[in-house]
Design a protein around this ligand. Sequence first.
Ligand code: ATP
Length: 246
Amino acid sequence: MGLILEIKNLTKKYGGLTAVNDMSFEIMRGEFIGLIGPNGAGKTTLFNVISGFEKPNSGSIRFDGMDITGLKPFRIVNLGISRTFQLVRSFHYLTTLDNVSVACLSQRGKEISNIVGINNYASTLLASVGLIDKARLPPVILPHGDLRRLEIAKALGSNPQLLLLDEPFSGLSHEEAEGITSLINKLREEGLTIFITGHVLRELMNLVPRVIAMVQGKFVIDGPPREVANHKLILEAYLGRGEGFA
Ligand code: ATP
């Protein structure tokens, strides 16, 4: 165990809008933790700041004991944080295998690729997400559920210690979401630290043992899903929008 991520007083502003407002929390190595909040709460912005896509206005991020605040995304990937995006992005006309191979070219991916060969490593990852039979197809013809699997395979290409999954269930059918749930559970059982966002608490309720909730950029509560779901501010934020928890 031990601390893997330490966020202190993190703030990100866009002009007059404070998208992430003084957030502080810690994640232990091997944890499986959810981040919830209604649309616009600041979840993606928080992931963008942790993964280096955005620089914070203030506050700090320590990963594995090292200050990574404001580092560029490639440096953060090479240190061991990978992420997926809410909107899936791929090289549409490369094969799925080549899409994963590109991710394996990162420093940490190369360490493994040099031993087993890049195609072997990428193939193993495609097999682990259930896409090996589609290795030669271009992502442009794949259904949405497969694209989400591919996103995860690419994120695994850099051999992360911490995986950030941004709304991995977004836009999926019930069946596709179940497939992604099993895949995430498998990664979790393998010991990967996973931080996952969702704007519907129901999706994360049975998945993660611990949830952090934020509303309008601010930290609200950190605890077991049931406790979080029954917090007054969370009930207001969701019920006010016509959503409830199962
Ligand atoms: P969702 O569940 O809809 O993805 P979210 O919780 O991920 O929402 P963010 O996308 O982080 O929320 O957005 C937080 C706030 O910051 C929103 O008000 C959004 O409009 C604003 N925002 C995000 N990115 C930018 C940007 N690049 N420029 C200006 N405002 C932004």
